[in-house]
Design a protein around this ligand. Structure first.
Ligand code: 2AM
Ligand code: CA
Ligand code: CA
Ligand code: CA
Length: 282
């Protein structure tokens, strides 16, 4: 109802302010030397700015919404569970594109998604360097800096521009699947395949119609939450790589402007199975 909808509109305004403030901190840090450490593997990187920005986002939101729950990449790394309950839950990636950030490659974003009753209500993604702000609220359309977004209508793979990501796993089986997927798409004569190093910004390109599709496995709920709302509200499709409905915790996603393209890719690509984001939830 109207009251319900209005309630989350206020939260979204706060999310926008918070993302802009976080983006300013990242923009400033971008110019300076970064202190880098590794997490699960030598190519799974984190900087002090990732942690600082997540703390800043969560502490300022928690102050306003003490009863809400928070899922964030860097606090999850510290052992907090990705437990999605019916309670209002903020799903946060403080820096999406950490490797880009470290190399001063300017594709870096803040992502804030919000779910209630396990349903995504709104998403905010802020491209810190271009200062492009992507926003969407369920039932109200998707926007970039206030301009409404519309996905591509392309159904023909031989006319498609596809985006994907290179994950942190580099074992032979993963690499074989990765290159096999590329090969199958290239044989379908797609126009091109791009890897930009920021899952959220890649998904925003699908929402904008600048890319026809995106697929990836190994992502986490904070990479997908905000972007899924933005793509859906731009008229796009977000599904599981199995072809079934998107599962926020499954670590797998196919996003496309058209149903045809989403299912074509889901059919064509092979995936490896990752431990679910909610594996240790009770
Ligand atoms: P991050 O920068 O927040 O870590 C680069 O591969 C893109 O994919 C980034 O958006 C990165 O997010 C995200 N990503 C996160 N975990 C990943 C994983 N396990 N495999 C592949 N990509 C991952
Ligand atoms: Ca990371
Ligand atoms: Ca991320
Ligand atoms: Ca991150």
């Amino acid at each position: 109802n109207e009251m319900y909808s209005k309630q989350w509109e206020g939260c979204m305004e706060i999310a926008v302010q918070t993302a802009r403030t976080a983006g300013q901190v990242i923009r400033e840090a971008f110019k300076h030397e970064k202190e880098v450490s590794t997490k699960s593997s030598p190519v799974d990187l984190v900087t002090e700015t990732d942690r600082l920005v997540e703390d800043l986002i969560i502490s300022s939101l928690r102050e306003k919404y003490p009863s809400h729950r928070f899922i964030g990449e860097e606090s999850s790394a510290a052992g907090e569970k990705c437990l999605l309950t019916d309670n209002p839950t903020w799903i946060i990636d403080p820096i999406d594109g950490t490797c880009n950030f470290i190399h001063s490659f300017p594709m870096v974003a803040v992502s804030i998604g919000f779910a209630v009753n396990k349903e995504l209500e709104f998403g905010v993604i802020y491209h810190c360097l271009d200062e492009n702000l992507y926003t969407a609220r369920k039932g109200h359309g998707a926007f970039c800096n206030g301009i409404q977004l519309q996905v591509s209508k392309e159904t023909d793979m031989s006319k498609a521009l596809i985006l994907t990501e290179i994950g942190a796993k580099r074992d032979p089986a993963t690499l074989k699947i990765f290159s096999g997927n590329m090969e199958r798409l290239l044989k379908a004569q797609v126009h091109g395949i791009r890897v930009i190093g920021s899952a959220t910004l890649a998904l925003c390109q699908v929402a904008s119609g600048a890319a026809d599709a995106y697929y990836q496995f190994g992502l986490h709920c904070w990479d997908i939450a905000a972007a899924a709302v933005i793509i859906r509200e731009a008229g796009g499709n977000v599904i599981d790589t199995s072809g079934g409905p998107l599962d926020l915790m499954s670590r797998r996603i196919v996003a496309a402007g058209t149903v045809e393209m989403a299912h074509y890719i889901a059919r064509e690509i092979q995936t490896i199975t990752y431990e679910r984001d909610d594996h240790n939830a009770n």
